[in-house]
Design a protein around this ligand. Structure first.
Ligand code: DQA
Length: 146
């Protein structure tokens, strides 16, 4: 089975997972999530590239690169989900499935988190499943690519 390449982008403050508001985001670190994604990817024939940045422009650059290199994208834009037209515009360039993911259920939280700038252009959205959502998203994207 030929492996497909997927990019997972983690936005600002997600490098602090495990230490950051664990009652909301859980105690699993970003490293652990990325390792589990890589292992799951091996089982289902997906090569997982992971990228984290606290900088909006760096995320835009990475999305633009993905249009050349990857067959799908899983993105948790963190707080940029609620503000970034630049990330939305970059995603609109992609012709591959894009899954938006949030660890927390953004609709159960403050009203400023209820609006996602990318929800209406994402192929699918997952939120509120904690880190398990990432593995669900990877399995879902793998099915979409079959
Ligand atoms: C988040 C939700 C956002 O509102 C927040 O700013 C984050 C994380 C989540 O994964 O639940 O940084 O995207």
């Amino acid at each position: 089975m030929a492996s497909k390449k997927i990019l997972v982008i983690h936005g600002p403050n997600l490098n602090m997972l495990g230490k950051r508001e664990p009652e909301i985001y859980g105690t699993t670190s970003l490293d652990d999530i990325n390792k589990r994604l890589t292992e799951l990817g091996k089982k289902i024939g997906i090569i997982v590239d992971a990228f984290q940045s606290n900088h909006e422009g760096a995320i835009v650059d990475k999305i633009q690169e993905a249009s050349q290199k990857h067959e799908g994208l899983i993105i948790n834009p963190g707080a940029f989900s609620h503000t970034s037209i630049a990330i939305r515009d970059a995603l609109l360039i992609l012709k591959v499935p894009v899954i938006e993911i949030h660890l927390s259920n953004i609709y159960k939280r403050e009203s400023f988190r209820h609006k996602s700038m990318i929800a209406d252009i994402a192929t699918a959205t997952l939120c509120g499943f904690g880190h398990s959502g990432y593995y669900m998203a990877l399995e879902a994207i793998s099915r979409m690519l079959k």
